[in-house]
Design a protein around this ligand. Structure first.
Ligand code: NAP
Ligand code: 8YV
Length: 313
């Protein structure tokens, strides 16, 4: 590593990490430039810059023009923003930040499970609006004995399951492959929805998961069913979910992620039985700092010895 190592910062992600990169390397902030200047910068760095750092959920494809690029260090675990086919063809290695955000995202998933089952957001409004003096707040649903279905039981899904166990919930899941875990495996999302009281979706983004949570899955979840999504917005068929929430064919939903963030379909905002969060699963000081450390450490290891700590394979 030398002070002369050049790093391209593709976009804005975590200010503290960007400051650390700025003070350690010769950084070039691509996102601050207009298109013609971006091309000029990339041309000027050709042969001199091997590393780019980017948010994982979005990455400007202009970066692939830099022929000397060898590493994209992504901030985030879901690398749906990086074109992995292109990086593979161009021999660009990619790292992400797995593991360090599992607890933070799992905490938020449980917050959405609790908030939807006990109707916490409406109860808060009910108290503030003085409605209590007119009668009691409607009953919620107990966690104990209910089945929590997890669509995408990987690192984050496992952390959610561990949290659901002490709530005395039964745990079921659907992945493409079953895992050696003491939870009920379902061959399909329909089967999982059928046996779930609450379906928590932690699926990654990408074409393979597009609209997997569709009308047929929601119908199986049924009128007392609850859907929580902390994975990626593309996995939900929004029209089907809005219809199901509006008609009462499912009870409620809690969403942290959406197809075209930061846009949220207006129809959701007209419904009282959906909680809408602004993609805050990993948004704690501690988690974001740990993600930033992993980005930094991957870059450092690569520049010092050509090794990587968390390469996307
Ligand atoms: P992971 O360990 O790779 O887990 C993903 C799981 O999904 C795996 O168990 C995988 O099992 C399953 N899966 C993948 N494709 C599937 C498909 N087509 N059908 C059914 N199951 C499928 O990933 P993770 O670290 O838990 O992260 C999961 C996702 O959470 C990320 O990709 C990201 O999009 C999202 N995320 C959101 C936030 C937030 O702030 N809300 C924060 C971090 C991450 P199989 O391979 O056996 O199918
Ligand atoms: C984002 C995420 O990085 O890791 C992921 O895949 O979705 C999040 O942790 C975070 O939301 C930054 O905006």
């Amino acid at each position: 590593m030398s002070m002369q190592d050049h790093i391209i910062i593709v976009n804005q992600f975590h200010p503290e990490t960007l400051e650390r990169l700025d003070s350690t390397y010769k950084t070039h902030h691509l996102w601050k430039l207009r298109h013609p200047e971006q091309n000029q910068l990339l041309e000027s760095l050709e042969g001199r810059c091997r590393v780019a750092a980017s948010a994982s959920w979005i990455c400007d494809p202009i970066i692939y023009r830099l022929k000397s690029l060898e590493l994209i260090a992504a901030f985030g675990v879901g690398v749906d923003g990086v074109d992995l086919e292109t990086t593979q063809n161009l021999n660009i290695r990619v790292t992400n930040t797995p593991g360090v955000l599992d607890d933070g995202v799992a905490d938020l998933a449980m917050a959405l499970v609790l908030a939807t089952m006990r109707n916490i957001v409406a109860a808060n409004k009910f108290s503030r609006d003085g409605q209590w003096s007119e009668g009691p707040f409607p009953f919620g649903t107990s966690m104990a004995g209910k089945t929590l279905g997890i669509a995408g039981l990987g690192r984050i899904g496992s952390a959610i399951a561990l949290r659901a166990e002490p709530f005395k919930m039964n745990i079921a899941y659907h992945n493409r492959q079953p895992r050696r875990l003491p939870y009920t495996f379902c061959e399909s999302l329909e089967d999982l929805a059928q046996i779930s009281d609450i379906l928590v979706c932690v699926l990654p983004g990408g074409d393979e998961t597009d609209n997997l949570i569709n009308a047929s899955v929601l119908k199986k979840l049924g009128p007392s069913g609850i859907l929580v999504n902390v994975g990626r917005g593309n996995s939900i068929d929004d029209d089907a979910l809005i219809d199901s929430l509006r008609s009462g064919s499912i009870k409620a939903a809690g969403l942290d992620v959406y197809k075209n963030e930061p846009q949220i379909p207006d129809a959701y905002k007209t419904l009282d039985n959906v909680i809408l969060l602004p993609h805050i699963g990993s948004a704690t000081e501690e988690t974001r700092r740990a993600m930033g450390h992993l980005v930094f450490d991957n870059i450092k290891a690569f520049l010092q010895s050509g090794t990587l700590i968390s390469e996307v394979k």
